[in-house]
Design a protein around this ligand. Structure first.
Ligand SMILES: NC(=O)c1ccc[n+]([C@@H]2O[C@H](COP(=O)([O-])OP(=O)(O)OC[C@H]3O[C@@H](n4cnc5c(N)ncnc54)[C@H](O)[C@@H]3O)[C@@H](O)[C@H]2O)c1
Ligand SMILES: [Zn+2]
Length: 368
């Protein structure tokens, strides 16, 4: 079993991430060892509930642990206050109290919602993350960002609330649809460009040699990506500076998601976001053409840019993209920060992107 520790020097929120195929079976042992709760509220969407949730309740019951499922309909539209309130009401009806804990079993939507509830329920109860999507394993389950979407935008309300532990069982990926895999791969590629040339080369080689993503290879990629995220968030738990690099491809990507009325998958949106920001970086002579091409080719090879022409026409509107970026919550003191690659595995924070530069570079891209 691989173990990756995350330690925050400024707070007492350190915890460990465990990775091993088949880990789900050992969850009762971990809970008995740590005693985070007398009872466990397992929060999951209905799809994951029928695939794994009911089984987990039985596994825990067989080990003498008390657990109850609290479910909601699957999908991003349900990551809302309303869903959180319904789940909280259910937990109150079940008389769960401060000595109980939450298990977030599912993808990023479940992790964000369950973490948000854990941070508020009776002024905060412990929770653990058991991610079941690739994106959840390499990204959303780690770092303690929780939240819900509002009609005004995604993740506008939330908390920083670290889990007690993260348990990753790559066997969950056996039932994950390809579309969801791609969302995870986009984040893995992002991590490699931010911080790990070795990982980038491995991904390039896999494509070149047409290798299959076996479970052994997937495990290795998950571990490498987590190490990068852990390294970054340890330096900046509350997303004040360093953590911003994780936003590479996301500033433009979020705007594209919104413009597409969320028809674009997150992985596609951030992939196109990375391609566009690379182009801007190369226009500004921050990134050389050779590295730009290598990054773009890798993203392309993962089928992340298969976007319908109808959606592309709708979203490739620089004025609209700019105005959405300006309203992004990541804008600090009215400055727009762009994360730009200088080369593979090195990014810089471009501190004050102007509308003029953005539009000039973007128009060159569109006219290319
Ligand atoms: N907190 C963070 O740091 C952070 C980071 C990145 C993303 N996020 C959030 O994560 C969310 C996206 O997460 P996601 O892509 O995991 O989406 P998701 O949670 O909606 O899961 C995607 C779909 O896959 C299904 N599913 C989950 N596991 C499965 C499995 N093993 N087999 C079959 N189907 C399965 C789910 O039921 C759902 O329909 C967004 O809301 C985003 O804001 C948070
Ligand atoms: Zn992302």
């Amino acid at each position: 079993m691989k173990e990756i520790p995350i330690s925050f020097t400024l707070s007492k929120n350190s915890y460990r991430i465990f990775i091993e195929p088949g880990l789900l079976k050992r969850i009762p042992v971990f809970l008995q060892q740590n005693k985070w709760g007398e009872r466990y509220a397992i929060i999951c969407d209905r799809r994951v509930a029928s695939l794994y949730g009911k089984k987990l309740v039985k596994t825990l019951a067989d080990a003498g642990l008390k657990a109850q499922l609290f479910t909601f309909p699957a999908g991003e539209p349900f990551k809302t206050f309303q869903t959180a309130m319904k789940l909280i009401s259910g937990m109150l009806r079940a008389k769960l109290n401060r000595s109980d804990a939450i298990i977030a079993l599912g993808g990023g939507v479940t992790g964000d919602l369950a973490g948000f509830i854990a941070s508020m329920y009776m002024r905060g109860i412990p929770y653990i993350q058991i991610p079941t999507t690739l994106l959840g394993m390499v990204d959303s389950s780690i770092g303690g960002k929780t939240g819900v979407n509002l009609t005004e935008g995604k993740n506008l309300v939330g908390t920083f609330y670290q889990p007690k532990a993260v348990y990753i069982d790559p066997d969950f990926l056996k039932t994950l649809p390809k579309k969801q895999f791609l969302n995870g791969f986009a984040e893995i590629i992002k991590c490699s460009i931010i911080n790990d040339k070795g990982l980038f080369l491995e991904l390039e080689n896999m494509i070149k040699e047409n290798k299959k993503f076996t479970s052994a290879i997937l495990n290795k990629l998950i571990v490498q990506s987590i190490k990068i995220k852990a390294y970054i968030i340890e330096k900046d738990e509350k997303d004040i500076a360093t953590r911003m690099v994780l936003n590479y491809g996301h500033t433009i990507g979020h705007a594209l998601e919104k413009l597409s009325a969320y028809q674009l998958e997150h992985g596609q949106a951030i992939s196109l976001g990375m391609i566009l920001v690379n182009k801007i970086a190369s226009e500004l002579r921050l990134l050389n053409k050779k590295d730009e091409m290598r990054i773009n080719n890798l993203i392309n090879a993962f089928d992340l840019l298969k976007i319908s022409p109808k959606i592309l026409t709708k979203i490739m509107d620089p004025q609209k993209i700019w105005s959405i970026i300006q309203n992004d919550k990541k804008v600090h003191k009215s400055k727009i920060y762009f994360i730009m690659p200088k080369k593979i595995s090195k990014t810089i924070i471009y501190p004050d992107m102007s509308k003029k530069i953005f539009l000039k570079c973007f128009l060159r891209i569109v006219n290319d």
